[in-house]
Write a protein that binds this ligand. Structure first.
Ligand SMILES: Cc1cc2nc3c(=O)[nH]c(=O)nc-3n(C[C@H](O)[C@H](O)[C@H](O)COP(=O)(O)OP(=O)(O)OC[C@H]3O[C@@H](n4cnc5c(N)ncnc54)[C@H](O)[C@@H]3O)c2cc1C
Length: 319
């Protein structure tokens, strides 16, 4: 039997899945579009205090540790690889610009990306904003805002966490939330404490209408509840606009190659059963690309293992 399993995406989920597949006597091959493994952790300079057994390690350091493990296991990895086509038959044929793989199964572990400029592109003034050095979309970016007036846009856990960190050193922080706060309780409580102590002003429900860049400053024109339009001038704006799953390319390739219809959830993530089988036989998904509620390294690594076990279970009868 062909024992090759293609793992698309080399973040924590993809690496964990490949490791488990190797231990289960399969031949995993990781296809990674970037020049390095590690996924979301490669842009996190923060201590990952959530991962058991690795106290004091930043996300970037964890990514390096995971990568080292994959190298020690000599698991083949195609870096900087763009998928060109995927077709199915007795096996899957997966082509990149430089390689052709014949695989029995596919595990999709393409993660999610943070929403950036495209989310605000329709707002007047957003083009100018993009040229300003005083704007940040990357959740791993930690601007130095000592003594400055700062706005954070976004009421998810990332927005709240960023607001809490920056409010400590900023002159003042304005937090813009469109509807409800959707963060961990500790971050919601922390923000309310900083509101009480006068460090944060909360604008909720607030809809930003447009921006104007004025030299080093940024003017935000917004509507808050039923109040008339308001203006605010700040020195720095941090956008924390949420995340989107990396599925579009795979869905397109599956359609084009007549591999089948990959069922998605309402939010566009890959729908799976509890053992991470997708709607297409021999295709599995693991990590953030399936998991919008608890996206983190622990769940990604665990899902990689579960997907590998499902591959084994489904192919056992073929042995
Ligand atoms: C700034 C930041 C801080 C974070 N802090 C923490 C933290 O403290 N603790 C914690 O547990 N989690 C944290 N996370 C979340 C954590 O990084 C993710 O939950 C985790 O990396 C998810 O792993 P994954 O493998 O599912 O996806 P990802 O890490 O996103 O990896 C997906 C991989 O797939 C690749 N890929 C995508 N599309 C394709 C394609 N078409 N072809 C080939 N490859 C593709 C990507 O390049 C990427 O390498 C943080 C994330 C960020 C961004």
């Amino acid at each position: 039997m062909n024992k090759v399993v293609t793992v698309i995406g080399g973040g924590p989920a993809g690496m964990s899945c490949a490791l488990w597949l190797k231990n289960l006597r399969f031949l995993p091959i990781i296809i990674e579009k970037n020049k390095q493994l590690g996924g979301g952790q490669t842009i996190s300079p923060f201590h990952n205090t959530w991962y058991l057994g690795m106290p004091g390690h930043t996300g970037m350091e964890l990514a390096k540790q995971f990568t080292r493990h994959i190298e020690l296991e000599v698991i083949p990895t195609l870096f900087d690889s763009k998928l060109k086509s995927i077709t199915s038959g007795e096996n899957f044929q997966i082509s990149t610009e430089t390689n052709q793989i014949t695989a029995k199964s596919i595990v999709i572990a393409t993660g999610q990306r943070y929403k950036g400029y495209e989310t605000i592109a329709s707002l007047p003034g957003s083009d100018e904003l993009l040229l300003s050095p005083n704007v940040c979309f990357n959740p791993g970016g930690t601007p130095i805002v000592h003594g400055q007036k700062v706005a954070v846009v976004g009421g998810g856990d990332n927005g709240l966490g960023t607001a809490r960190i920056l409010a400590d050193t900023a002159q003042h922080l304005h937090l813009f939330i469109r509807s409800e706060m959707k963060g961990f309780t500790m971050n919601e409580k922390g923000v309310f404490q900083q509101i009480e102590s006068g460090k944060i002003t909360l604008h909720k429900p607030a809809v930003i209408q447009r921006f104007k860049v004025q030299g080093d400053n940024i003017q935000i024109i917004f509507k808050e509840g039923n109040k008339p339009e308001q203006e605010l001038v700040v020195n720095y704006v941090c956008f924390r606009l949420g995340f989107a799953p990396n599925v579009e390319e795979i869905v397109k390739l599956f359609d084009r190659g007549e591999v089948g219809c990959l069922e998605l959830t309402e939010g566009g993530y890959i729908a799976t059963d509890r053992f991470l089988r997708t709607s297409i036989p021999q295709v599995y998904a693991a990590g953030d690309v399936t998991n919008y509620r608890d996206p983190c390294v622990v769940t990604a690594v665990a899902q990689g293992a579960i997907a590998a076990r499902s591959v084994e279970e489904d192919l056992r009868s073929d042995d």
